[in-house]
Design a protein around this ligand. Structure first.
Ligand SMILES: Nc1ccn([C@@H]2O[C@H](COP(=O)(O)OP(=O)(O)OP(=O)(O)O)[C@@H](O)[C@H]2O)c(=O)n1
Ligand SMILES: C[C@](O)(CO)[C@H](O)COP(=O)(O)O
Length: 234
């Protein structure tokens, strides 16, 4: 039983280009309120989360500043041009009380359907393993496409997983890994990738398939359905 509580960095500084809305997708209406509010509420309702560090675009005009959510501290800082840079900025901005050895969570603002029990299991199992991530085993046959969108090959799906968030790592190790990848000019798409490059072996903790990332408009209707299924209503 995990009694410790952990800060969560929430990268929310993206433009939502693939979503194609007039405003960044973290602010589009989902079941009657901004998508980001659902994500923040889910995280704040998770007992093992101590506080949230929200990472916003430097020119964000949508965010209405406040310093608490669900009774927990809510801090904010400016992000960067890439998600990994935003995460690094959030890690650096965490309160001094969060030491280098402290585990921290990183969760996409664009994943509003995350389950608190999945986060608790990640903290329990990932914490014991020195770090880990929620992930979903690949259950479909995987195809690689050629330039004409024809099948070039069928890829093996054994031992293939889709990375989700949150991801859990020690603050100091993750900062060092992200800084190293940045210095090496390597594009990092999730925290585990940076940690793998630095020689760590993050634990894969199976999470619900419902923990979708809202990327295109088609994902919004699914997110609304999933929220309704979980009993969340505006
Ligand atoms: N420079 C960036 C880019 C992304 N993100 C955040 O990282 C999460 C996952 O990124 P993604 O789904 O790719 O969001 P966008 O970058 O906004 O989407 P797109 O690539 O379509 O523009 C989102 O919560 C997004 O706000 C961020 O904080 N800083
Ligand atoms: C972090 C992530 O959600 C794990 O699957 C994913 O890598 C984010 O990718 P994006 O292109 O920044 O949305």
């Amino acid at each position: 039983m995990v009694t410790d509580r952990f800060w969560c960095v929430v990268p929310a500084a993206g433009r939502g280009a693939r979503f194609g809305a007039e405003r960044p997708k973290q602010y589009v209406a989902l079941a009657g309120r901004p998508l980001l509010e659902w994500t923040l509420e889910r995280l704040a309702a998770t007992p093992c989360i101590a506080g949230i560090m929200l990472v916003l675009a430097a020119d964000d005009r949508e965010w209405a500043p406040r310093d608490r959510v669900g009774g927990k501290p809510l801090l904010a800082t400016a992000g960067a041009a890439e998600r990994s840079g935003s995460v690094l900025a959030g890690l650096r901005a965490l309160p001094r009380e969060v030491g280098d050895d402290a585990f921290v969570l990183v969760h996409d603002a664009a994943r509003p359907c995350v389950r608190s029990d999945d986060i608790a299991r990640l903290v329990e199992q990932g914490g014991a393993a020195g770090g880990g991530l929620l992930a979903a085993p690949l259950r479909d046959t995987l195809k690689r496409a050629d330039a004409d969108a024809r099948v070039a090959a069928t890829e093996p799906r054994e031992a293939r997983w889709r990375a989700l968030t949150p991801q859990l790592f020690r603050r100091g190790e993750l900062v060092a890994a992200l800084e190293r990848a940045q210095a090496d000019g390597v594009a990092i798409t999730d925290e585990a990738m940076a940690m793998e490059r630095a020689g760590h072996r993050p634990l894969l903790v199976e999470g619900a398939e419902s923990n979708i990332k809202v990327t295109t408009p088609a994902d919004l209707a699914l997110a609304e359905y999933l929220l309704s299924r979980s009993g969340d209503r505006p």
